[in-house]
Design a binder for this molecule. Sequence first.
Ligand code: S3P
Length: 426
Amino acid sequence: MLRFKGTLKISGDKSISHRALILSAMSTGKTKITNLLESDDVMRTLNILKELGIKIIKEQDTWLVYGNGTNGFIEPNEFLDCGNSGTTARLMIGAVSSNPINCTFIGDKSLSKRSMSRVTQHLEKIGAIVHLTKKDYLPLIITGSDKLIPISHKIQKASAQIKSSLILAGLNIHGKTKIVESIPTRDHTERLLKYLNVKFKIKKTKNKLTQIELNGPYEIKSKNIEVAGDPSSASFFIVGALILPKSKIKLKNVMLNTSRIAFIKILKSMGGKIKVKKTKKLCGETIGNISVEYSNLKGVNIPSSQSAFLIDEYPILSIAASQARGKTVMYGLEELRYKESDRINSIVYNLKKLGIDIKEENNNVLISGKKNQVKRNIKVKTFDDHRIAMSLSILNVLYENKLIIDNKKCISISYPDFEKHLNYLL
Ligand code: S3P
């Protein structure tokens, strides 16, 4: 039987890679970015920034970004194509909104079904003019302004993309922009801004909500950025090592931001033998090494209060649950419906096909795990969703390649080196 072994350096984090490019484009001066994740999604952001007049070149392993300031985007001649990337679309819509230019954003079939009004409703309130397809979707045309109004925004949905979009807009708004989050989400934008010496405040409101207060416009001085390893990419190999008997691996250079590694706590509560060792700070984030050994997992309840911090890891957590003793219940997964695929549907469809007892009730997913082996070839579907494709690929190691996975190409959206790294650990 196959097992995972060895030490691997994980590829750069997707969320930080987008932000490193955008914030260096909005700085003044040259930024050197190293360990940038060169995935399809991140390249969409990079190419859109080029369309907006930013010079970006690669020299050996380093990307050089020549920033034009927070008000430096020029009107593009082409449509801005976000491909499959929700982060590109939502963050870039915010970034261009405080520049007096017209931009048309487009995306692929999947992205064109994902809500953009969750961002633009806030931008319209402060003076941007937006035309959406069917009031919610791409293609959209935005007319930005350098006279957007500083107000206090309240974000109801748990979404780091909405928050980051409003922060990026606020960097070039004259006066105080406040952003209050009802539910805390990943905070990479805030951390990177602090690293770049941008002066803004984060405090708790009377109701204990997090409030970000910007006082723009800002001039950001460029500073080199090294991107930390992606914990969401690491999660696939961590679960792989937990479910493949006799496995033992060490993953290096992984970002350990608490808003991103909640899945490790969950896996530990399932009985997973995982050790995390912090090593240093890197551009505002803590990084370290993660050691994992094969473990006998048991089912757990995962409360909905955790869902914003587990949003990208539910597919691989479902694979862990499918191989655990007893029942796992994952509560409050509604936001999964609005990802690259309807991930509740994608998870339930595939695990059912494999004979796993799984059901969905009111956006909660119940899985009764069992260590089954598939005896014949079974066709499974990625729904063109990179995280579903990688989750199935991990299970396929356990099932000795009996799964026929329909489209693995989509993995390049977030982790082009996934297959290479998987084979390296075998
Ligand atoms: C991201 C935020 C998350 C996550 C996505 C990346 C980001 O989406 O699912 O993969 O970089 O801000 P939300 O907007 O739902 O938090």
